[in-house]
Design a binder for this molecule. Structure first.
Ligand code: HEC
Ligand code: HEC
Ligand code: HEC
Ligand code: HEC
Ligand code: HEC
Ligand code: HEC
Length: 499
């Protein structure tokens, strides 16, 4: 088979060889991915991103080689040639090249279409996002798998539909890949995430205000730090609210209903310190500004800082990456019997073991084991001798809770990512609802305990109380703290370990 003379040069041959090898490999890889169940992010990156790039590189070399050859001949031979290469289909070599080009382009376009589709899908997959940079994404990926959104793809929240945000996310992703390769990424990854797509465009693909309604009953299981790890459940009706059935916004989701706009200015990047809040009634246009009486913003700060419109992530900032504190993780483990609540003082011992600072996960596993063994040897020697098996299982349970929630290599612990829902371990709602944010007319943002929820039942054993009354129960603190909870926030004493 004859090809145009110009094609016979070193560069074009190298290009053709590279392209053919890469093309064959792409086909093999496609077959592998179709016929086997191998799911490996590196295989995907190789077959859908790197190999096609090499293939295109090889293909580009072919015309470059031909062009160079053409120039060289023109210069060297000084022949009387036309300015541009010409194509004449009556010449056999030209005809062959033309058909090779035509058929090649046809197959190339098909492969490109399939390949780009695969590459697109692959770069949007949970596998790609969660496991490629394994070390970096381990905390997020692990917590995600144990969250209510474990079957929602990362990109549903982080990118959402549409080409614009797809491109933006891939561009910033390219920098992140670079940062990972040169190992200069921050540990832990800082939040709030810069340039996160507005939550209302992503969350509302699945949940939207018109569909929220009424209340939501929650049982929060607590275990006390005493000899018998006394169970102390708190059963609450949370006034989630929403617009279902009525057009009136009520309850907690009032903030995001259609005729309400709440904006705020935070002094810090983490949005923990919120001294200024503006509520606009979009129906009447009435505006109310609330300032924190204890620490208001001065005019200069108001002029220079940008207000942020409140949306879902101002409360639900941990919908998927929930890092439980040791206190919370132990309550969960005891209520599900992952750890046996009959072991004396196990909550005290396990919380303390889990909360220690460790350098690596391996060190933590050994540290937790040693801590719990020593604790029982020192404090309950008889129990230690008689119940080895129970203690072994408690150690395994504590280790499991540790590895689901704390990631020493990435410096991720519950404290570094405050959760804005509620007000138990973190300030959350109380960033605005502390009772000290007031308007010039003297209206104060509600602080009443019954405005957001009703306590339906609480207590332990003899002291357990239940109500069927509309006003709920008054909160009863499990241990006597001289009613300090009336003046102080729970989060000032409850930091995620034994208070
Ligand atoms: C239900 C929605 C949702 C899903 C699903 C989701 N994320 Fe997130 N992610 C968020 C929100 C909201 C934040 C926190 C935003 C903030 O505080 O600014 C976040 C934060 C992060 C952060 C910053 C560090 C941190 O822990 O807060 C990383 C990294 C991250 N997500 C990666 C992932 C990966 C990887 C997946 C898939 C395995 C994923 N996300 C799935 C909603 C989601
Ligand atoms: C692709 C669909 C999808 C998207 C996008 C999504 N969610 Fe969800 N979400 C779900 C599903 C499904 C559940 C129910 C899980 C269950 O019942 O176990 C859920 C549950 C929840 C819950 C209840 C959690 C609980 O403890 O029971 C909250 C709160 C929530 N989502 C908030 C959000 C927020 C905030 C966002 C945006 C950052 C978001 N979701 C984005 C599908 C989605
Ligand atoms: C003012 C804070 C706040 C804002 C803003 C907010 N939520 Fe919620 N949401 C809550 C609280 C509190 C609950 C009760 C559950 C809990 O405490 O975990 C809740 C519950 C939910 C639930 C579970 C409801 C159920 O009945 O199962 C979903 C889903 C949800 N929110 C989605 C959203 C979405 C989507 C947005 C944004 C459009 C949003 N929320 C905005 C505070 C908020
Ligand atoms: C950025 C400030 C801000 C944050 C954070 C915030 N709120 Fe509000 N909230 C307001 C403002 C302003 C009002 C309107 C004044 C009022 O009714 O007291 C309000 C009103 C409410 C109301 C009364 C709604 C009605 O029916 O009139 C409830 C309930 C509520 N918030 C619950 C919550 C909960 C629960 C959280 C935390 C998950 C929370 N808020 C976080 C600013 C905030
Ligand atoms: C602005 C709304 C709001 C106000 C005001 C408020 N709470 Fe809450 N509280 C919440 C929300 C939301 C949660 C649920 C958090 C969650 O999903 O775990 C909560 C949770 C709780 C819990 C359960 C904590 C846990 O994790 O077990 C108790 C107890 C409680 N609140 C008591 C009180 C008391 C007492 C007051 C009055 C001093 C009060 N709350 C005022 C919104 C509020
Ligand atoms: C002045 C500090 C302080 C404040 C404020 C406070 N607590 Fe406590 N809390 C404690 C102490 C101390 C214990 C007992 C710890 C022990 O047994 O060693 C405790 C124990 C508890 C327990 C049982 C153990 C656990 O961690 O699950 C619950 C539940 C609890 N508190 C709820 C609350 C709630 C809800 C609020 C806010 C409305 C609150 N506390 C405010 C100091 C405080």
């Amino acid at each position: 088979m004859k090809l145009p003379r110009l094609a016979y040069n070193f560069l074009s041959s190298v290009g053709a060889t590279i392209a053919i090898i890469a093309g064959l490999l792409v086909i093999v890889m496609l077959l592998v991915s179709v016929f086997t169940a191998i799911e490996n992010p590196y295989l995907g990156i190789f077959s859908f991103m790197i190999l096609p790039a090499i293939l295109i590189f090889g293909l580009i070399l072919i015309p470059i080689g031909m062009l160079r050859q053409w120039r060289r001949e023109k210069r060297g031979e000084k022949l009387d040639r036309p300015k541009w290469p010409y194509v004449d289909l009556n010449i056999k070599s030209h005809r062959n090249a033309f058909f090779i080009f035509l058929i090649g382009t046809f197959f190339f376009l098909i492969f490109t279409a399939v390949g780009s589709y695969q590459a697109f899908h692959f770069s949007e997959s949970v596998k790609f996002c969660g496991t490629t940079c394994h070390r970096v994404m381990k905390p997020e990926y692990t917590a995600y798998q144990h969250s209510p959104h474990a079957r929602v793809a990362c990109v549903e929240c982080h990118v959402g539909p549409g080409a614009g945000w797809y491109t933006r996310s891939k561009l910033s992703g390219a920098y992140q890949v670079y940062a990972t390769l040169v190992n200069n990424y921050p540990r832990p990854i800082p939040t709030p995430v810069e340039n996160l797509r507005p939550a209302r465009e992503t969350c509302e693909e699945c949940h939207w205000p018109a569909k929220f309604f009424g209340g939501m009953q929650m049982e929060l299981d607590h275990y006390l730090y005493d000899e018998t790890n006394s169970h102390w459940p708190i059963n609450m009706l949370i006034k989630v609210g929403g617009e279902q059935g009525t057009n009136e916004a009520t309850g907690i989701h009032w903030h995001i209903s259609s005729d309400v706009q709440v904006e705020y200015i935070a002094r810090d990047h983490e949005r923990e310190d919120i001294p200024w809040v503006r509520y606009t009634d979009l129906e009447t246009g009435e505006v109310t500004i609330y300032q924190d009486e204890n620490d208001p913003l001065n005019q200069e700060e108001i002029d220079s800082l940008e207000p942020r419109v409140m949306d879902c992530v101002d409360c639900h900032n941990r919908p998927s990456h929930i890092y439980h504190s040791p206190d919370d993780a132990l309550d969960l483990a005891l209520s599900t019997n992952l750890i046996n609540p009959d072991i004396p003082e196990i909550k005290i011992a396990a919380v303390e073991a889990m909360a220690q600072e460790y350098e690596t996960e391996d060190e933590a596993m050994a540290g937790i084991r040693d801590y719990i063994i020593d604790y029982y040897k020192d404090n309950h020697p008889d129990f230690f001798d008689s119940s080895q098996q129970m203690i072994k299982m408690a150690i395994a349970g504590t280790q499991e809770q540790f590895s689901k929630n704390i990631f020493p290599e990435m410096k991720v612990r519950w404290e570094v990512y405050p959760d804005h829902i509620g007000h138990f371990y973190f300030k959350g709602c109380m960033r605005c609802h502390e009772g000290s944010h007031s308007s010039s007319k003297g209206e104060v943002i509600t602080h009443g305990c019954n405005s957001c929820h009703l306590i339906l039942a609480q207590g332990s054993g003899e002291t357990y109380e239940v109500t069927y009354q509309e006003e709920g129960l008054e909160f009863k603190h499990p241990v006597d703290i001289y009613e300090a909870w009336r003046e102080m926030g729970c989060y000032e004493c409850h930091l995620g370990t034994q208070p």
